[in-house]
Design a protein around this ligand. Structure first.
Ligand code: GLN
Length: 380
Protein backbone atom coordinates (compact mmCIF):
# COMPACT_ATOMS: atom_id res chain seq x y z
CA UNK A 1 0.00 0.00 0.00
CA UNK A 2 1.23 3.42 -0.80
CA UNK A 3 -0.18 6.56 0.68
CA UNK A 4 0.57 10.05 -0.48
CA UNK A 5 0.32 13.27 1.47
CA UNK A 6 -2.50 15.71 0.81
CA UNK A 7 -0.07 18.42 1.93
CA UNK A 8 3.27 17.41 0.39
CA UNK A 9 4.95 20.75 1.08
CA UNK A 10 3.95 21.08 4.70
CA UNK A 11 6.54 20.70 7.42
CA UNK A 12 6.05 20.46 11.19
CA UNK A 13 4.71 23.76 12.51
CA UNK A 14 7.41 26.12 13.73
CA UNK A 15 5.62 26.44 17.09
CA UNK A 16 6.25 22.78 17.92
CA UNK A 17 9.80 22.93 16.61
CA UNK A 18 10.84 25.96 18.65
CA UNK A 19 9.02 24.95 21.85
CA UNK A 20 10.59 21.48 21.55
CA UNK A 21 14.05 22.96 21.08
CA UNK A 22 13.51 25.31 24.03
CA UNK A 23 12.61 22.35 26.21
CA UNK A 24 15.55 20.24 25.12
CA UNK A 25 17.98 23.06 25.80
CA UNK A 26 16.23 24.43 28.85
CA UNK A 27 15.90 27.83 27.18
CA UNK A 28 13.53 30.64 28.17
CA UNK A 29 10.63 30.03 25.82
CA UNK A 30 9.37 33.23 24.20
CA UNK A 31 8.58 31.34 20.98
CA UNK A 32 5.14 29.70 20.94
CA UNK A 33 2.53 32.18 22.17
CA UNK A 34 1.28 31.19 25.61
CA UNK A 35 1.41 32.70 29.10
CA UNK A 36 3.80 31.26 31.70
CA UNK A 37 1.43 32.31 34.48
CA UNK A 38 -1.87 30.82 35.62
CA UNK A 39 -5.20 32.35 34.71
CA UNK A 40 -7.55 33.89 37.27
CA UNK A 41 -8.56 31.30 39.89
CA UNK A 42 -12.10 32.72 39.81
CA UNK A 43 -12.36 31.35 36.27
CA UNK A 44 -10.96 27.91 36.99
CA UNK A 45 -13.24 27.71 40.07
CA UNK A 46 -16.24 28.54 37.88
CA UNK A 47 -15.31 25.80 35.40
CA UNK A 48 -14.89 23.31 38.29
CA UNK A 49 -18.23 24.44 39.67
CA UNK A 50 -19.87 23.84 36.29
CA UNK A 51 -18.36 20.36 36.21
CA UNK A 52 -19.67 19.67 39.72
CA UNK A 53 -23.14 20.91 38.96
CA UNK A 54 -24.20 18.89 35.99
CA UNK A 55 -22.77 20.62 32.91
CA UNK A 56 -21.23 17.40 31.68
CA UNK A 57 -23.37 16.33 28.76
CA UNK A 58 -23.51 17.73 25.23
CA UNK A 59 -23.95 21.44 24.90
CA UNK A 60 -26.25 22.65 22.12
CA UNK A 61 -24.55 22.56 18.72
CA UNK A 62 -23.99 26.31 18.62
CA UNK A 63 -22.64 26.25 22.17
CA UNK A 64 -23.95 26.85 25.68
CA UNK A 65 -26.73 29.43 25.38
CA UNK A 66 -25.55 31.53 28.33
CA UNK A 67 -22.14 31.77 26.72
CA UNK A 68 -23.60 32.81 23.37
CA UNK A 69 -25.66 35.43 25.17
CA UNK A 70 -22.56 36.68 27.02
CA UNK A 71 -20.69 36.92 23.70
CA UNK A 72 -23.57 38.83 22.10
CA UNK A 73 -23.61 41.22 25.08
CA UNK A 74 -19.88 41.78 24.84
CA UNK A 75 -20.10 42.57 21.13
CA UNK A 76 -22.95 45.05 21.77
CA UNK A 77 -20.90 46.71 24.49
CA UNK A 78 -17.67 46.96 22.53
CA UNK A 79 -18.77 47.30 18.92
CA UNK A 80 -22.35 48.48 19.24
CA UNK A 81 -23.63 45.87 16.82
CA UNK A 82 -25.55 42.66 17.26
CA UNK A 83 -25.31 38.98 16.42
CA UNK A 84 -28.27 36.83 17.38
CA UNK A 85 -27.26 34.27 20.04
CA UNK A 86 -29.65 31.71 18.51
CA UNK A 87 -28.04 31.38 15.12
CA UNK A 88 -25.21 33.85 14.48
CA UNK A 89 -22.67 32.82 17.13
CA UNK A 90 -20.96 29.42 17.37
CA UNK A 91 -18.54 28.26 20.06
CA UNK A 92 -15.64 26.30 18.55
CA UNK A 93 -12.68 24.16 19.59
CA UNK A 94 -10.31 27.11 19.54
CA UNK A 95 -10.14 29.78 16.86
CA UNK A 96 -8.15 27.43 14.64
CA UNK A 97 -11.15 25.11 14.28
CA UNK A 98 -13.40 28.05 13.45
CA UNK A 99 -10.93 29.13 10.76
CA UNK A 100 -10.61 25.61 9.37
CA UNK A 101 -14.38 25.09 9.28
CA UNK A 102 -15.07 28.44 7.59
CA UNK A 103 -12.58 27.51 4.88
CA UNK A 104 -13.98 23.97 4.62
CA UNK A 105 -17.51 25.34 4.30
CA UNK A 106 -16.87 27.73 1.44
CA UNK A 107 -13.75 26.76 -0.51
CA UNK A 108 -14.08 24.47 -3.49
CA UNK A 109 -11.65 23.22 -6.14
CA UNK A 110 -10.21 26.19 -8.03
CA UNK A 111 -11.36 28.92 -5.64
CA UNK A 112 -8.82 31.60 -4.81
CA UNK A 113 -8.19 32.85 -1.31
CA UNK A 114 -6.22 36.06 -0.75
CA UNK A 115 -3.83 35.83 2.19
CA UNK A 116 -1.45 38.50 3.47
CA UNK A 117 2.05 37.32 4.30
CA UNK A 118 3.50 36.88 6.83
CA UNK A 119 0.44 34.78 7.63
CA UNK A 120 -0.41 32.54 10.54
CA UNK A 121 0.56 29.05 9.44
CA UNK A 122 -2.82 27.32 9.58
CA UNK A 123 -4.52 29.34 6.82
CA UNK A 124 -2.82 28.01 3.72
CA UNK A 125 -2.94 24.27 4.46
CA UNK A 126 -6.66 24.60 5.17
CA UNK A 127 -7.21 26.30 1.81
CA UNK A 128 -5.16 23.66 -0.04
CA UNK A 129 -6.88 20.72 1.66
CA UNK A 130 -10.11 22.01 0.19
CA UNK A 131 -8.73 22.36 -3.32
CA UNK A 132 -8.38 26.12 -3.11
CA UNK A 133 -5.47 28.22 -4.29
CA UNK A 134 -3.88 30.64 -1.83
CA UNK A 135 -3.08 33.97 -3.49
CA UNK A 136 -0.36 35.41 -1.31
CA UNK A 137 0.29 39.12 -0.97
CA UNK A 138 3.60 39.72 0.72
CA UNK A 139 3.76 42.70 3.10
CA UNK A 140 7.11 44.43 2.96
CA UNK A 141 9.48 45.59 5.67
CA UNK A 142 9.83 47.94 7.45
CA UNK A 143 6.15 49.00 7.73
CA UNK A 144 4.32 45.87 6.56
CA UNK A 145 1.30 47.90 5.47
CA UNK A 146 -1.26 46.65 2.93
CA UNK A 147 -1.17 48.07 -0.59
CA UNK A 148 -4.90 48.01 -1.33
CA UNK A 149 -4.38 48.79 -5.01
CA UNK A 150 -2.40 45.59 -5.26
CA UNK A 151 -5.20 43.72 -3.51
CA UNK A 152 -7.63 45.15 -6.07
CA UNK A 153 -5.41 43.78 -8.86
CA UNK A 154 -5.28 40.33 -7.25
CA UNK A 155 -9.05 39.99 -6.99
CA UNK A 156 -10.39 37.87 -9.84
CA UNK A 157 -13.63 36.13 -10.73
CA UNK A 158 -12.29 33.13 -8.81
CA UNK A 159 -11.66 35.03 -5.56
CA UNK A 160 -13.89 33.40 -2.98
CA UNK A 161 -12.35 34.62 0.26
CA UNK A 162 -9.98 37.15 1.78
CA UNK A 163 -8.36 36.31 5.13
CA UNK A 164 -7.38 39.21 7.35
CA UNK A 165 -5.86 39.23 10.80
CA UNK A 166 -5.88 42.22 13.13
CA UNK A 167 -4.13 42.62 15.56
CA UNK A 168 -1.63 40.72 13.49
CA UNK A 169 0.27 37.60 14.48
CA UNK A 170 3.28 37.60 14.04
CA UNK A 171 3.82 41.29 13.26
CA UNK A 172 2.03 42.97 16.16
CA UNK A 173 0.54 45.54 13.75
CA UNK A 174 -3.12 46.57 13.59
CA UNK A 175 -5.41 47.54 10.72
CA UNK A 176 -6.57 51.14 10.78
CA UNK A 177 -10.12 52.23 10.11
CA UNK A 178 -8.92 53.30 6.64
CA UNK A 179 -7.68 49.74 5.98
CA UNK A 180 -11.04 48.26 6.90
CA UNK A 181 -12.88 50.81 4.77
CA UNK A 182 -10.68 49.84 1.83
CA UNK A 183 -11.48 46.19 2.43
CA UNK A 184 -15.18 47.01 2.64
CA UNK A 185 -15.00 49.01 -0.56
CA UNK A 186 -13.10 46.31 -2.47
CA UNK A 187 -15.54 43.57 -1.58
CA UNK A 188 -18.75 45.57 -2.02
CA UNK A 189 -21.16 43.99 -4.52
CA UNK A 190 -19.12 40.78 -4.67
CA UNK A 191 -19.70 37.30 -3.20
CA UNK A 192 -16.35 37.33 -1.44
CA UNK A 193 -16.34 35.99 2.11
CA UNK A 194 -14.08 37.81 4.55
CA UNK A 195 -12.52 35.64 7.24
CA UNK A 196 -11.43 38.03 9.95
CA UNK A 197 -9.12 36.49 12.51
CA UNK A 198 -9.43 38.76 15.55
CA UNK A 199 -8.15 36.49 18.29
CA UNK A 200 -6.03 39.28 19.82
CA UNK A 201 -8.90 41.83 19.86
CA UNK A 202 -8.44 42.51 23.59
CA UNK A 203 -4.69 43.20 23.37
CA UNK A 204 -4.34 46.57 21.74
CA UNK A 205 -2.01 49.35 22.82
CA UNK A 206 -1.27 53.05 22.89
CA UNK A 207 -4.91 54.04 22.71
CA UNK A 208 -5.50 52.30 19.35
CA UNK A 209 -9.03 51.01 18.75
CA UNK A 210 -9.62 47.47 17.52
CA UNK A 211 -11.16 47.68 14.05
CA UNK A 212 -13.39 44.62 14.01
CA UNK A 213 -14.98 43.63 10.71
CA UNK A 214 -18.33 43.79 12.51
CA UNK A 215 -18.01 47.58 12.87
CA UNK A 216 -18.45 48.08 9.11
CA UNK A 217 -21.98 47.18 8.00
CA UNK A 218 -21.23 46.04 4.47
CA UNK A 219 -18.20 44.10 5.66
CA UNK A 220 -20.14 42.52 8.50
CA UNK A 221 -22.62 41.07 5.96
CA UNK A 222 -19.89 38.95 4.35
CA UNK A 223 -17.62 38.28 7.32
CA UNK A 224 -16.88 35.58 9.82
CA UNK A 225 -15.31 37.21 12.86
CA UNK A 226 -13.18 34.70 14.76
CA UNK A 227 -12.25 35.13 18.43
CA UNK A 228 -10.47 33.18 21.15
CA UNK A 229 -11.08 32.61 24.84
CA UNK A 230 -7.73 30.85 25.14
CA UNK A 231 -5.88 34.07 24.36
CA UNK A 232 -8.18 36.32 26.33
CA UNK A 233 -8.33 34.27 29.51
CA UNK A 234 -4.76 32.87 29.55
CA UNK A 235 -5.64 29.20 28.95
CA UNK A 236 -4.28 28.23 25.54
CA UNK A 237 -4.69 24.54 26.35
CA UNK A 238 -8.45 24.82 26.75
CA UNK A 239 -9.00 25.09 22.98
CA UNK A 240 -12.09 27.23 23.05
CA UNK A 241 -13.05 30.12 20.82
CA UNK A 242 -16.00 31.24 18.73
CA UNK A 243 -17.06 32.80 15.48
CA UNK A 244 -19.85 35.15 14.50
CA UNK A 245 -21.49 35.70 11.13
CA UNK A 246 -24.86 36.66 9.67
CA UNK A 247 -27.41 33.84 9.80
CA UNK A 248 -27.24 32.92 6.06
CA UNK A 249 -23.51 32.33 6.37
CA UNK A 250 -23.67 30.66 9.77
CA UNK A 251 -26.34 28.21 8.50
CA UNK A 252 -23.82 26.92 5.97
CA UNK A 253 -21.02 26.81 8.57
CA UNK A 254 -23.25 24.73 10.85
CA UNK A 255 -23.81 22.10 8.16
CA UNK A 256 -20.12 21.30 8.46
CA UNK A 257 -19.57 22.03 12.15
CA UNK A 258 -22.35 19.67 13.27
CA UNK A 259 -20.67 16.66 11.69
CA UNK A 260 -17.14 17.61 12.55
CA UNK A 261 -17.20 18.85 16.13
CA UNK A 262 -20.90 18.97 16.99
CA UNK A 263 -20.19 20.88 20.20
CA UNK A 264 -17.23 21.69 22.43
CA UNK A 265 -16.37 21.03 26.09
CA UNK A 266 -19.49 22.03 28.01
CA UNK A 267 -18.33 22.87 31.55
CA UNK A 268 -15.67 25.22 30.22
CA UNK A 269 -18.34 27.06 28.25
CA UNK A 270 -20.54 27.48 31.32
CA UNK A 271 -17.60 28.64 33.45
CA UNK A 272 -16.57 31.23 30.86
CA UNK A 273 -20.18 32.41 30.51
CA UNK A 274 -20.31 33.15 34.25
CA UNK A 275 -16.88 34.79 34.21
CA UNK A 276 -17.83 37.09 31.34
CA UNK A 277 -20.63 38.64 33.38
CA UNK A 278 -17.88 40.94 34.67
CA UNK A 279 -16.66 42.97 31.64
CA UNK A 280 -13.46 44.02 33.35
CA UNK A 281 -12.23 40.46 32.87
CA UNK A 282 -11.63 41.26 29.21
CA UNK A 283 -11.50 45.05 29.31
CA UNK A 284 -8.40 45.11 31.49
CA UNK A 285 -6.33 42.94 29.23
CA UNK A 286 -4.84 45.67 27.05
CA UNK A 287 -3.49 47.60 30.05
CA UNK A 288 -2.15 44.37 31.55
CA UNK A 289 -0.22 43.44 28.41
CA UNK A 290 0.85 46.97 27.55
CA UNK A 291 2.68 47.07 30.87
CA UNK A 292 4.47 43.85 29.91
CA UNK A 293 5.35 45.12 26.44
CA UNK A 294 6.73 48.34 27.95
CA UNK A 295 8.72 46.48 30.58
CA UNK A 296 10.25 44.19 27.97
CA UNK A 297 11.08 46.98 25.51
CA UNK A 298 12.48 49.24 28.19
CA UNK A 299 14.77 46.46 29.36
CA UNK A 300 16.18 45.84 25.87
CA UNK A 301 16.26 49.43 24.62
CA UNK A 302 20.07 49.51 24.67
CA UNK A 303 20.47 46.11 23.02
CA UNK A 304 21.51 45.67 19.38
CA UNK A 305 17.97 44.62 18.41
CA UNK A 306 15.85 47.27 16.68
CA UNK A 307 12.11 47.52 17.13
CA UNK A 308 8.91 49.44 16.74
CA UNK A 309 6.61 48.81 19.72
CA UNK A 310 3.93 46.22 19.03
CA UNK A 311 0.46 47.78 18.64
CA UNK A 312 -1.45 44.63 19.46
CA UNK A 313 -1.16 40.87 20.27
CA UNK A 314 1.28 39.63 22.89
CA UNK A 315 4.13 39.48 20.40
CA UNK A 316 7.02 41.83 19.76
CA UNK A 317 9.12 41.51 16.63
CA UNK A 318 12.79 42.42 16.89
CA UNK A 319 15.04 43.24 13.93
CA UNK A 320 18.49 41.68 14.34
CA UNK A 321 20.08 42.97 11.15
CA UNK A 322 22.67 44.94 13.15
CA UNK A 323 23.84 41.72 14.80
CA UNK A 324 24.24 39.15 12.02
CA UNK A 325 23.11 38.37 8.50
CA UNK A 326 22.40 34.75 9.41
CA UNK A 327 19.17 33.20 8.08
CA UNK A 328 16.48 33.84 10.69
CA UNK A 329 15.65 30.16 11.27
CA UNK A 330 19.32 29.38 11.91
CA UNK A 331 19.72 32.42 14.16
CA UNK A 332 16.57 31.56 16.18
CA UNK A 333 17.84 28.01 16.67
CA UNK A 334 21.32 29.20 17.61
CA UNK A 335 19.91 31.67 20.15
CA UNK A 336 17.93 28.83 21.70
CA UNK A 337 20.78 26.34 21.85
CA UNK A 338 23.70 28.64 22.65
CA UNK A 339 22.12 31.57 24.48
CA UNK A 340 19.10 29.94 26.12
CA UNK A 341 16.31 32.03 24.61
CA UNK A 342 13.74 30.79 22.10
CA UNK A 343 11.81 32.91 19.58
CA UNK A 344 9.98 32.42 16.28
CA UNK A 345 11.69 33.27 12.97
CA UNK A 346 9.33 35.18 10.70
CA UNK A 347 10.49 33.81 7.35
CA UNK A 348 8.42 30.64 7.81
CA UNK A 349 5.29 32.79 7.46
CA UNK A 350 6.51 34.64 4.35
CA UNK A 351 6.26 34.02 0.61
CA UNK A 352 9.32 32.03 -0.55
CA UNK A 353 10.55 32.20 3.05
CA UNK A 354 11.70 35.79 2.57
CA UNK A 355 13.99 36.64 5.44
CA UNK A 356 13.62 40.17 6.80
CA UNK A 357 16.00 39.37 9.71
CA UNK A 358 13.20 39.55 12.22
CA UNK A 359 12.32 37.30 15.17
CA UNK A 360 9.08 37.22 17.16
CA UNK A 361 9.13 37.18 20.96
CA UNK A 362 6.09 36.47 23.14
CA UNK A 363 5.78 38.80 26.13
CA UNK A 364 2.86 36.98 27.80
CA UNK A 365 5.27 36.08 30.57
CA UNK A 366 5.91 36.82 34.24
CA UNK A 367 7.89 40.02 34.77
CA UNK A 368 10.74 37.92 36.12
CA UNK A 369 10.83 35.82 32.93
CA UNK A 370 10.93 38.98 30.82
CA UNK A 371 13.81 40.32 32.92
CA UNK A 372 15.80 37.11 32.51
CA UNK A 373 15.07 37.14 28.77
CA UNK A 374 16.20 40.76 28.47
CA UNK A 375 19.42 40.01 30.34
CA UNK A 376 20.24 37.49 27.62
CA UNK A 377 19.16 39.68 24.69
CA UNK A 378 21.33 42.52 25.99
CA UNK A 379 24.42 40.31 25.63
CA UNK A 380 23.72 39.31 22.01
N1 GLN B 1 -1.00 30.92 18.24
C1 GLN B 1 0.23 30.51 18.80
C2 GLN B 1 1.38 31.38 18.33
O1 GLN B 1 1.25 32.13 17.42
C3 GLN B 1 0.63 29.10 18.46
C4 GLN B 1 -0.42 28.07 18.31
C5 GLN B 1 0.19 26.73 18.03
O2 GLN B 1 1.19 26.38 18.61
N2 GLN B 1 -0.37 25.99 17.14
O3 GLN B 1 2.43 31.28 18.88
Amino acid sequence: MQHTSKLPDVKTTIFSIMSGLAKTHNAINLSQGFPDFESDKTLTDLVCKAMNSGYNQYAPMYGNLELRQAIAKKIELLYNTSYHPDNEITVTAGATQAIFTVINTFIREGDEVIIFKPAYDSYEPAVKLNGGTPIAIQLEAPFFGVDWDLVRQKISSRTKMIIVNTPHNPLGTVFSKADMLQLQDLTKNTDIIVLSDEVYEHMIYDGEQHQSACLFPDLKKRSFVVASFCKTFHNTGWRIGYCCAPKELMDLFMQVHQFNVFCVHHPTQKGIADYMQEPKHYLELSAFYQQKRDLFLNLIKDSRFKFKPSKGTYFQVLDYSAITDEYDVDFAKRLTVESGIASIPLSVFNTNNIDHKVLRFCFAKKDDTLKRAADILNTI
